[in-house]
Design a protein around this ligand. Structure first.
Ligand code: PXP
Length: 243
């Protein structure tokens, strides 16, 4: 089945609401792994609004599955990533005023700078992934930059206002998967996925990783992280494409 990456940023968001030491996102990562997560994802933002450098360091030391660091291509963050050496880095756009990552990275426009970052990651043995929208030019540019994988922005699907619109966005994602595979790219998915909407995407052939944060952390408030993750793993498994 596809890998479930659990994004634990919002555990740190709650901690930062009081600038105290609880809840600890590192503890959340352990609980997520015990619930069946295949990967732990975190975003070290330039403004450190949730995950901080201490969290990143401890996650690197303690995560037993796969560690995926979301990050902007800011030089300070790239240096930290290369020093930390997580299994995978997913390059994302970052704007200070946004609530969460909105839309994909413009790999076409920033190809030169992004290509240099990807080269540093590869030299370090880090898998590089580009968070992009399902757009042919962005996919081709990601392949040209040397990325191993892309993570397709699923916000268009998640925010669809009708079943018809949702179907159309799935069509676009399928076409993007085909294009990415023809370039030899691995394909991940993320943004806005929830217990209610994940089934239709889990059934799409070609995604090897789903990164899900807000919905899992929200459910964890009521049932605990372990149970919340186990439920999402079950949904991915029950709806995976038939072999
Ligand atoms: N993938 C990427 C690249 C993201 O930036 C985010 C949000 O941090 C997610 C997945 C998870 O999105 P959500 O919190 O909506 O599940």
């Amino acid at each position: 089945m596809a890998c479930l990456g659990v994004n634990i940023d919002h555990v740190a968001t709650v901690r930062q609401a009081r600038k105290t030491d609880e809840p600890d996102p590192v503890w959340a990562a352990v609980e997520a792994e015990l619930g069946g997560a295949h990967c732990i994802t975190f975003h070290l933002r330039e403004d450190r609004r949730h995950i901080n450098d201490r969290d990143a360091r401890l996650l690197k030391e303690t995560v037993a599955t796969k560690l995926n660091m979301e990050m902007a291509i800011a030089p300070e963050i790239v240096d930290i990533a290369c020093g930390l050496s997580p299994d995978q880095c997913t390059l994302v756009p970052e704007r200070r005023e946004e609530l969460t990552t909105e839309g994909g990275l413009d790999v076409v426009r920033h190809a030169k700078a992004i290509g240099e970052v990807v080269k540093r990651m590869k030299d370090q043995g880090i898998v590089a992934s580009a968070f992009i929208e399902p757009d042919n030019a962005q996919i081709a540019a990601s392949a040209d930059c040397g990325f191993h994988a892309i993570e397709l922005w699923t916000g268009g699907y998640a925010h669809a206002k009708s079943a018809e619109e949702a179907r159309a966005t799935i069509g676009k994602l399928r076409a993007a998967i085909g294009m990415a595979k023809s370039h030899g790219l691995e394909v991940h998915a993320g943004h806005g996925l929830t217990y209610r909407n994940v089934a239709k995407l889990a059934a799409v052939e070609g995604f090897s990783e789903f990164n899900i944060g807000h919905s899992i952390v929200s459910r964890a408030m009521f049932v605990g992280m372990r149970a919340a993750v186990a439920e999402m793993v079950r949904l991915l498994k029950e709806n995976e494409p038939s072999q």
